[in-house]
Design a protein around this ligand. Structure first.
Ligand SMILES: [Zn+2]
Length: 287
């Protein structure tokens, strides 16, 4: 397989009851940051959040949507990545104060990470952890520790020059008998993974990289999964939001502006609806 970027690889260390993931992103990341005029620090933060969300999504056994949001009192009010089990991702950062700062603490400040999972079938659920650690990688590991009690470690990389991001995850599987040995194996694999260099993760394909890191282990790779940028906004969704607005308010916007305009926060697509489009909502059915 030639395509190494915009791909997520999952693998198992069969004998050790540990799983791993590697994700390397280029175009999907560039599409998310395009047209938004983010500073270098914000681009990096969104890239790391995108990478972490891909890794996290791939650990889920369900079909559905996931949203990972960072929110706090810093110059970036929030940063959010939204995706699904098919690794279709989109994201946005709300910058409330211009800044050249870099890093999670400097940009988000004091705050939380909110992870919302909406399975296709079943009830949505939400996990919240305080951003107590210095890096996003540590915060995500902390989330797994607190909410799932699963030892997990993740590594995140960002290359500002080529606008690429990448990351890796190592996670204990809850299926072994000898817990003590399992933890030792997990830590051993973490030590190996810790030797990844940025220039390797941004230049080597997954197989070469995994061989370099784990050639003494038995690694079973699953089929790679493509990661794509895709915004889920549509005229239909806009109209569904508009249907919640009072008819009298719509009528007065139409009288003033001739149409009702909406812009997608994520991809900045403009939508415009005239009186004909809005006809079904202009008679007040609520009373
Ligand atoms: Zn959109």
């Amino acid at each position: 397989m030639n395509q190494s970027f915009d791909v997520l690889n999952r693998y198992l260390f069969d004998d050790l009851h540990v799983r791993g993931e590697l994700v390397q992103l280029s175009e999907s990341y560039q599409a998310i940051i395009a047209n938004h005029n983010y500073s270098e620090g914000v681009r990096q933060l969104l890239g790391e959040l995108l990478t972490a969300t891909c890794l996290l999504t791939a650990t889920l056994k369900i079909e559905g949507e996931i949203t990972v949001q960072l929110q706090g009192d810093g110059p970036v009010g929030y940063a959010v990545i939204n995706g699904d089990h098919q690794q279709k991702m989109r994201g946005i950062a709300r910058v409330t104060e211009n800044t050249d700062a870099k890093g999670l603490k400097a940009l988000i400040g004091k705050g939380n990470m909110v992870i919302t999972i909406r399975p296709k079938q079943g009830e949505p659920y939400q996990g919240i952890v305080a951003l107590e650690k210095d890096t996003l990688a540590e915060c995500v590991a902390h989330y797994f520790e607190v909410s799932e009690q699963i030892p997990t470690k993740i590594w995140l990389f960002h290359d500002g020059d080529s606008q690429k991001v990448a990351g890796s995850l190592v996670q204990l599987l809850p299926d072994g008998d000898d817990k003590e040995q399992q933890i030792k194996d997990f830590e051993h694999l973490c030590q190996l993974t810790n030797t990844i260099k940025a220039e390797e993760i941004f230049s080597l394909d997954a197989q070469t990289l995994l061989y370099r890191l784990y050639h003494q282990e038995k690694v079973r790779m699953f089929d790679p999964q493509l990661v794509t940028y895709q915004c889920s906004c549509s005229e239909e969704k806009c109209l569904s939001a508009i249907s919640q607005v009072e008819a009298s308010e719509l009528t007065s916007i139409l009288a003033e502006q001739g149409c009702v305009k909406m812009t997608c926060d994520y991809c900045l697509t403009d939508y415009s609806f005239d009186e004909k489009d809005l006809a079904p909502f202009l008679t007040n059915k609520k009373h």
